[in-house]
Design a protein around this ligand. Structure first.
Ligand code: ZN
Length: 360
């Protein structure tokens, strides 16, 4: 048993797990926990099976992005949060401390062989953890549904280099759309009443559904912009998280920019953004197509308020003087930001961060 996984793993904590896996020479792995645990197990399995320098398989431009040479040892994932969907994806995300950048490894060989999705495993999840992880599900679903369409993406020169994230497509849409409905119907119930087994069960399924959706289509700006936000956590200690270090939880860091981002991307495909608002429960009957972005942003803000989110980046301790660092930290995330349906250069990213300082 390895129980030293770090919440929001780093290259250091991942390396410790890799060492333990390498020493143990195991036949397989069982990951019991949230995304941090499952992602750590994926990396430990990879490097114990195909030993290499850590950056070998890490996404470009930070790592060398070499394809994984073959199959890994069996991995069974048992999620204890309803958020990441990591039990369904071939993605492992962690911090590279020396570079101050969050990145990871994306390859289908990382995908667990089996996920065991049991709502009994989220019964004691603290409310704020349920809220943040549930909003991560929501953003996975909206981002994959609104990502650049697959047919507009350039083909990889070599099939082995084909990215895990392919852009929105008719199959990922099915999973993302259903996940949005399930989050809209169940997230608040699951947070408010931990004994509501049905709501918690639906949220766990929604996490897996959204995971299948974004594991194929990809995520875009809210995730790309979330990594520097998490990196700037200085004096924010949300209830229910370990109190030994400041943290802006992943789901929170993602949702804080979501209203501004979807207001920005709506002009590219307003009908699709309006569909999202409708799936999330907004009344869209009398809404003109030009209002799609505002209606969707307003609906997300309503859900944020219902789930106890802070009102924007300022409320988690981020200052106007951080804008340069936030933009600089987003640029290397082009693995995901290039999936935005509407490109965002430095000036647009800065405007999106600035608009997210307060959300309502
Ligand atoms: Zn996420």
């Amino acid at each position: 048993m390895f129980d030293r996984v770090q919440v929001e793993p780093s290259d250091t904590s991942i390396s410790e797990a890799i060492d333990a896996a390498t020493r143990g020479g195991y036949d397989g792995y069982i990951a019991v926990g949230g995304g941090s645990v499952i992602d750590t197990a994926k990396a430990a399995n990879l490097y114990a099976t195909y030993p290499a320098e850590l950056l070998t398989y890490v996404n470009a431009p930070i790592g060398l992005a070499q394809p994984i040479p073959g199959l890994l040892k069996p991995l069974i994932a048992i999620p204890t949060t309803a958020g990441t969907g990591s039990e369904t994806t071939g993605v492992s995300i962690f911090d590279i401390r020396a570079l101050g950048a969050k990145t990871g490894i994306a390859h289908r060989a990382l995908r667990p062989n089996l996920g065991i999705i049991d709502p009994d495993n989220t019964r004691t999840m603290p409310p704020m953890v349920a809220a943040c992880s549930g909003l991560d599900v929501l953003s996975h679903a909206i981002e994959s549904f609104t990502a650049i369409p697959y047919a507009r993406r350039a083909a990889a020169e070599d099939p082995a280099m084909r990215p895990a994230y392919q852009g929105a497509n008719p199959i990922s849409d099915v999973w993302a759309a259903r996940a949005m409905e399930m989050v809209a119907e169940n997230l608040v119930r699951a947070i408010q009443d931990p004994d509501d087994d049905d709501a918690r069960g639906q949220m766990m399924l929604a996490a897996a559904f959204a995971g299948i959706g974004f594991g194929n289509a990809g995520v875009h700006l809210p995730h790309g912009m979330s990594y520097p936000i998490s990196g700037l956590a200085r004096d924010f200690f949300p209830a229910g998280y370990p109190a030994d270090h400041a943290i802006v939880p992943h789901g929170m860091s993602v949702i804080l920019t979501a209203p501004a981002v979807f207001r920005y991307t709506a002009s590219v495909d307003p009908a699709r953004h309006l569909t999202v608002a409708k799936l999330l429960g907004a009344d869209t009957i009398a809404v003109g197509i030009r209002e799609a972005g505002d209606v969707l942003a307003d609906r997300i803000v309503t859900i944020m308020r219902e789930t106890g989110m802070p009102n924007g980046l300022a409320a988690v301790g981020i200052r106007e003087s951080d804008l340069d660092a936030l933009v600089a930290g987003t640029i290397p995330q082009h693995r995901v930001t290039k999936l935005s349906p509407r490109p965002a250069s430095e000036s647009e990213l800065r405007a999106l961060f600035s608009a997210s300082m307060t959300c309502w």
